[in-house]
Each structure stands twice: as structure tokens, then as C-alpha cells.
Design a protein around this ligand. Structure first.
Ligand code: ZN
Length: 312
């Protein structure tokens, strides 16, 4: 008990000293092991920071596998992790809808970067006004947009840690090349699905950018954010669409409950049309750490292969 108390006092001192240091040196890193302490929100951003920052950063991601960022509320422990960071990266565009005020507060103390900020607004999809989302936040579904996010991380790391500029540039360049190849791979694979069956039906409307970028029609049961529930009319409309267009498969998402999508499948079956679950897609969260789907590239590849296998 005493030991734990001493430890927490030490942590408190550490927090106080880092916060004080922040106010006079905003753009330089200051932790003792020479690494930049980075705190991020969703796993896809954590992944960029790990790849681009390499050995020069310590990354703490707040949202793990299966976590829904739309509904995520920061715990006391999370606030501490944000407080201890030298720099914070988040998606923005209201993805982390319950954390907006926290980011505003953090931005007064330290670099707090929305990785979506350097994407031209004219290339964003519009969101849902009722939800307070001006733009669709799911930018990682267009790999080209995620390349912009990578550039944003690279530039911000260089700014806070200019001594390792060349490392960050090289790591980012390698990653950007892989993303460019991934972008081409996705486009080719989706194009291999016959056009009439090229329809992606999912639990929530996360795949809009994917549909735009890779030419597949997308229908989500819930809105842009999971904070709105699918109504009975949505269920009936989707059921009729599946039946009328003889769509073979729908998809569930790792971070969204499958109840509503099951109801639609049931409804279609009552109308004599058999719809299968085409598989589980990773939408707003990646797979478990240490699995291929636990990286951004692996997650995208899993999604595309799952979609192609079910619809081809
Ligand atoms: Zn979402």
C-alpha cells in the first residue's frame, strides 16, 4: 500500500513537471529516455505512429481492438495518458465525438493533431447534420486519404523532434510506398467483382469513402455514427433492397453489434431470399495486436479479401 502511494506520488510529480515544462517549450520533446511520448486514439493512427516514429517514439493507443470510437468516453486513466504525452494524434471530423472538449483542452498545453486536418475539405464526404458531423470521419477507408494522414504524422513528428527528421522521412516514404501499392491492390480486387453484385451492405455507414474510391455501392444500416440507432423503416428498406436485387451477402463489423443486421437477414429469409453473412469486416477498429489484422494494411487487406470472396 505504502509502496503504491509513493509510486502514485512520483507519477504525480512527473505529471506536474512535464506539464510545467510544456508551457515554456512547446515544440521540443522532453522525456528522459530521449523518445517522444505519443498518445493516440484509434488503432489505425497508432499504427502510423509506430511505423513512422519507429524507435524514437513511445506510443500509447487509447482504443484497442473492437472498440467503437464514436461512443468512446475517456476514462481517468486515459486523461492521464493524454496528460503525459508530448504530442497527441487523433482522427478528428468528430470521429471521437465524446472527446472533442478534451482535445480542445489538451491543445492549449501541447501539440494536439487531427490527422484529417491536411485533407482537402472538397475531397471529404459530407456527414450527417443531425449528428453534428459535418463530414464523414471514416477517412482511412480511402487509402489515398490515409496517405495524407501519414504525411501529417510525419510532419508533426519532425516538428517536435527535428533531430530525427531523416529517420521519420525515410520511414514515412517506405510506408507511403506500401500504401500506394495497397491502394492499387484494393482497386483491382474490387473491380474483379461483377458489377451487378458489387454492393457492400454493412451494419453502419463507415464504408462511404471505400465505395467512392474503389467503385462499389455501399449501404449501411445505421448512419455515419453508431450513436444513431437503425429504425424499423431502415430495416425494411434494406430488406427489400436485398430481396429485389438478389444480393448474396451482407457483412458484420467487429466494433458494431450485429443485432440489426441479423434482423434484416431474417426478414429477407421470410420473403424467400437467402442472404449470407459474408464475414466480419474491421471498420472503426483494427484486429488484435500481433495478428495480421492488427495493422492498418492487414486490416484493409482482410476487408477486401472478405468482400471479394463473398460477392464474386
Ligand atoms: Zn464509424
Amino acid at each position: 500500500m505504502v509502496k503504491r502511494f509513493v509510486l502514485s506520488m512520483l507519477m504525480l510529480l512527473l505529471v506536474i513537471s512535464t506539464t510545467t515544462a510544456c508551457s515554456n517549450a512547446n515544440a521540443t520533446k522532453k522525456n528522459s529516455d530521449g523518445k517522444v511520448n505519443v498518445t493516440t486514439t484509434v488503432g489505425m493512427i497508432t499504427d502510423i505512429v509506430k511505423v513512422v516514429g519507429g524507435e524514437h517514439v513511445n506510443v500509447v493507443g487509447l482504443m484497442g481492438s473492437g472498440v467503437d470510437p464514436h461512443l468512446y468516453k475517456a476514462s481517468q486513466g486515459d486523461i492521464k495518458k493524454l496528460d503525459q504525452a508530448d504530442i497527441i494524434f487523433y482522427n478528428g471530423l468528430h470521429l471521437e465525438g465524446k472527446m472533442v472538449e478534451i482535445f480542445e483542452r489538451m491543445a492549449k498545453k501541447k501539440p494536439t493533431v487531427a490527422v484529417s486536418d491536411n485533407i482537402d475539405r472538397s475531397s471529404l464526404r459530407l456527414g450527417n447534420e443531425d449528428m453534428g458531423t459535418e463530414y464523414d470521419p471514416h477517412i482511412w477507408f480511402n487509402v489515398a486519404h490515409w496517405m495524407k494522414a501519414t504525411e501529417s504524422v510525419r510532419d508533426s513528428l519532425i516538428e517536435i523532434d527535428p533531430a530525427h527528421k531523416e529517420v521519420y522521412e525515410e520511414n514515412a516514404a517506405n510506408y507511403l510506398k506500401q500504401l500506394e501499392e495497397l491502394d492499387n491492390e484494393v482497386r483491382e480486387k474490387i473491380a474483379s467483382i461483377p458489377e451487378s453484385g458489387r454492393v457492400l451492405v454493412t451494419a453502419h455507414d463507415a464504408f462511404g469513402y471505400f465505395g467512392d474510391a474503389y467503385d462499389i455501392r455501399v449501404m449501411g444500416l445505421q448512419g455515419i455514427s453508431t450513436a444513431s440507432e437503425a429504425g424499423t423503416k431502415d430495416l425494411i428498406d434494406l430488406r427489400d433492397y436485398l430481396v429485389n436485387n438478389q444480393i448474396k451477402a451482407v457483412f458484420i463489423e467487429s466494433s458494431v453489434p450485429r443485432k440489426a443486421i441479423d434482423a434484416v437477414i431474417q426478414g429477407a429469409s421470410e420473403k424467400g431470399h437467402n442472404v449470407e453473412i459474408g464475414g466480419e469486416l474491421f471498420s472503426d477498429a483494427m484486429g488484435e495486436d500481433g495478428t495480421p489484422e492488427g495493422t492498418y494494411i492487414g486490416m484493409v487487406r482482410h476487408n477486401v479479401n472478405t468482400i471479394v470472396n463473398a460477392l464474386k
